[in-house]
Write a protein that binds this ligand. Structure first.
Ligand code: SF4
Length: 296
């Protein structure tokens, strides 16, 4: 597809940057940039399988959360510029390495290029394509991906606009993310399995933030009220690690407590939602990938 990068509106920032001349809020210009590609073992079991998920970590992000564990690429925009042809080759190389899927991490600002790369190689790809997103998406951009994405893996980070404005520079986060998740579910309305691996479907991730359990519970309520419970999975993440910008907001400069974690998990159980809950012992910086241009 041809997209006009001279006035970019791919994400909800709609900053209308001329990406042929400069970078937008997300940090991206009109070249694809990525920081790492390789087999990633730390996704949900339905994605990591035995061999690992074939993750491509794109540089830049349209959210810039103050607690981001991948700030080296999301904030500092570390990475290497590559062509559409090279991106397609990376997908094939990951498949040859035994990847259980192609996992596009923070892909929003490169969607038109990803579609071009998939057009070039998808007749050779036999593994699912995963769209691993912050959830801060425009429905219009997601509609471009219809027929290309097998598994949507969005975050649903905040219900409160006050929290999303404060910690992620996006007071309109829930307004966009909630509509985006409904569109993703519309495109992939059922869970389809290949043994223990997910072939198609929707997994919604939620990271509990310190002091924000009431907001987390509102998110779980919204999910339960808006999606049929057997048609998707939820992945509750407890690994919040206060390792970036942690002196700006002292109230989130700690790990979450057992009480916070259990109160959100209990609401998920009350609703009978399926999915994953991450062990609190995984709240460690050692799970943060080392971005070294490997595979790029
Ligand atoms: S993708 Fe980047 S350049 Fe485009 S609207 Fe969003 S922040 Fe702006």
């Amino acid at each position: 597809m041809n997209y006009n990068f001279s006035s970019c509106t791919l994400c909800p920032k709609m900053c209308r940057t001329d990406r042929s001349k400069t970078s937008g809020f997300c940090g991206a210009n009109d070249k694809i940039k990525a920081a790492k590609a390789g087999l990633h073992l730390w996704e949900e079991p339905a994605l990591s399988g035995r061999n690992g998920s074939g993750a491509v970590f794109f540089s830049g992000c349209s959210l810039k959360c103050c607690f981001c564990q991948n700030s080296q690429i999301s904030h500092a925009n570390f990475g290497k510029e590559i062509t559409v042809q090279r991106l397609g080759d990376i997908f094939l190389e990951l498949q040859e390495q035994g990847a259980d899927n192609i996992n596009l991490v923070s892909p929003t600002h490169f969607v038109p290029y990803i579609i071009k790369a998939l057009d070039q190689v998808r007749h050779k790809l036999i593994i699912p394509i995963v769209y691993n997103s912050s959830g801060y998406e425009r429905v219009e951009t997601l509609k471009l991906l219809k027929g290309y994405i097998d598994i949507y893996l969005p975050d649903l980070k905040y219900f409160s606009s006050e929290l999303s404005g404060k910690y992620s520079h996006a007071a309109n986060y829930f307004e966009f993310a909630s509509k985006a998740i409904l569109e993703m579910h519309n495109q992939q309305p059922n869970l389809v399995w290949n043994g223990l691996l997910l072939k198609k479907g929707l997994i919604i991730r939620h990271l509990i933030l310190p002091g924000c359990r009431h907001d987390s519970i509102k998110i779980i309520n919204w999910i339960a009220e808006n999606l049929p419970s057997d048609s998707f999975m939820i992945s509750l993440m407890s690994q919040y690690t206060p390792d970036y910008n942690n002196n700006i907001y002292p109230e989130i400069n700690r790990k979450i407590t057992n009480f916070e974690y259990n109160s959100v998990l209990n609401r998920i159980i009350e609703f009978g939602l399926n999915g994953y809950s991450q062990d609190k012992t995984s709240a460690s910086a050692e799970y943060t990938p080392d971005f070294n241009l490997e595979g790029i």
